[in-house]
Design a protein. Sequence first.
Length: 228
Amino acid sequence: MILVLFDLDGTLVHTGGAGSRSMDRVFQERFGIRDASRHVQPDGKTDLQILRELYLRLVGNEDVERILPELGERYLYHLPEEVKRSVEMGTYRLLPGVRETLVWLRSLEDVVLGLATGNLEEGARIKLEPADLWKYFQGGGFGSDSEDRVQLLWAAVRKLSPEKEPDEVWIVGDTPRDIWAARRAGYRVAAVASGRYSMDTLSRFQPDLLLPTLESFQEIFSQRTVTA
């Protein structure tokens, strides 16, 4: 049995900046700060980690633990509208090969399919529903489990398949942080260059698999899991 855990943004879908716009609205309404999201690099970070960084950088270091849950709640409040806006603008898109890969994996008796994403769990559902992808996953690890990406990977495994050996767990993501976290957690990792990072950049972090898109995932993953 193999557990395959997918990152979300840049791996499964592009949401056309819906998450960043939602965070911008939080800081505009709460603190009068415009375009807050431009002050942080979000790739591979968890939602609460990003909100924490923005608060500490733009507001101050007092009361961050008290106010962080409120910021998360307001982010989730704005996210459905911003995702809908991206869909209407045509900037929300399903990435190549994603649906075919998920359909194939779900058809396999020896595969458990889940998420490993820095999105809050409700945020992940909101982002995946326009593409009708939420139904493919049995659960997973989310930014609501931990701000730390390694911890959320462990949380996903505990929830979905705690008996799994480390070499039976695969992480699929599109950033160097996904690769780094998988290595720290002790799992295998497939990197896909469907986000902001090129094949050359991702190759420097030495993932077990490196793909331009998920269109080639089925063939290459089958060969790798059989021979590994």
